[in-house]
Write a protein that binds this ligand. Structure first.
Ligand code: 5GP
Ligand code: MN
Length: 336
């Protein structure tokens, strides 16, 4: 039996279902989870979507966000729901530590766990996997999962809007190499459901506060270091600078891409302070793997061209460490 048939079988009886995703969820985490959430509700299943933490305001319009439970705000209630669960869907993450404290509750649950994900090197916790690194997004995989269960016909405009949001954001607006012909076919079928794709774009990319845009300008003019011999661009920001602009959760999403706009830049990084830690976001063009750097040096991971990690030193020291790591790969970054 295929994994889809097995899960379809599990869903043929009433279950107590939890959907969860990674902390500080992005558009794909929210879009894929809510797309699946609406599907399971439509099938009359009891379902709760628990996010480990809050999510950015540019996603608060996605249909169903009013029903999202935030673990860090309602720990006891969420823990009880996880304990009572008979089925757990784990979306858009590869390792339980990405759920922070919620990960322990998920790990301790005896309920079968279904992973739907596209990140490199997943942990061994899932009972069933819909996992493909070449997938553009978890939202694409949710669509495939529904299609494999012969349930894609159930997709309505609300579910389609959620899945479209995940695909749009994780492909960075249909730009990244994983944007395959199959992705465009899925998107075509989502548009045929009657979604307003221009409104989705506007809600995500044309909803900045003035401060957010001015902060981005400040980062590009004042805080971006272009290291020519390494074809690298690094934006590093201290907390007081973020405070000056009133930067909120999600306001830096996408900023890491800016150095890559320069033709010779092959790798870019955003380094910033977050809750007593230093968070790194790395991006690259072509074959250069930032996943390897994040995994080996910053306790993180992700995808070849888009990865993240954490450092426990200062922003300045983290930047120096990153430059020394990139310097070891100079022959790859600057072969001439
Ligand atoms: P971002 O730089 O936007 O935070 O993340 C880029 C990609 O790397 C995303 O797919 C994200 O899920 C993944 N990622 C970010 N931080 C971590 C981390 O600490 N560990 C792992 N395994 N993946 C991460
Ligand atoms: Mn994703």
């Amino acid at each position: 039996m295929s994994a889809a048939s097995e899960v379809k079988f599990l869903l043929s009886v009433p279950q107590k279902i939890i959907i969860t995703t990674h902390q500080r969820p992005d558009g794909d985490a929210i879009g894929s989870s809510l797309g699946l959430f609406h599907y399971l509700k439509k099938k009359n299943q009891e379902v709760h979507f628990i996010s480990p933490t809050d999510y950015p305001s540019f996603l608060k319009w996605v249909p169903g966000t009013e029903e999202v439970l935030i673990f860090e705000k309602e720990k006891a209630k969420c823990a009880e729901l996880v304990e009572a669960a008979t089925l757990i869907f784990c979306l858009d993450f590869n390792k339980l530590y990405r759920l922070d404290e919620l990960g322990r509750f998920i790990e301790n649950s005896k309920a079968p766990k279904i992973l739907i994900d596209h990140h490199l090197e997943p942990d061994g916790f899932p009972s069933f996997q819909f996992w493909r690194v070449s997938a553009s997004s978890t939202s694409e995989l949710v669509y495939e999962f529904l299609a494999e269960m012969n349930e894609d016909k159930v997709i309505d405009p609300v579910m389609a809007t959620c899945l479209y949001t995940g695909i749009l954001t994780d492909t960075d607006r249909f730009r990244v190499p994983t944007t395959s012909p199959a992705v465009h076919r899925i998107v075509a079928s989502l548009l045929e459901k009657g979604i307003d794709h221009t409104a989705v774009y506007g809600n995500i990319y044309e909803s900045y506060t003035e401060n957010r845009l001015r902060f981005w300008g400040f980062c590009v003019t004042e805080k971006m270091d272009i290291i020519k011999e390494l074809n690298a661009g690094i934006i590093s920001i201290e907390r007081p600078e973020m405070n000056r602009f009133g930067i909120q959760l999600g306001d830096t999403e996408g900023l890491v891409n800016y150095p890559l706009w320069i033709d010779h830049v092959k790798v870019s990084a955003l380094i910033m302070e977050r809750q007593g830690e230093v968070k790194l976001s790395l991006r690259s063009k072509g074959d250069f793997s930032v996943e390897k750097i994040c995994r080996e040096h910053f306790g993180g991971g992700g995808h070849r061209n888009a990865s993240g990690g954490t450092s426990y030193t200062s922003v300045k020291e983290t930047k120096e460490k990153l430059i020394s790591i990139l310097a070891l790969q100079k022959s790859e970054l600057n072969p001439s």
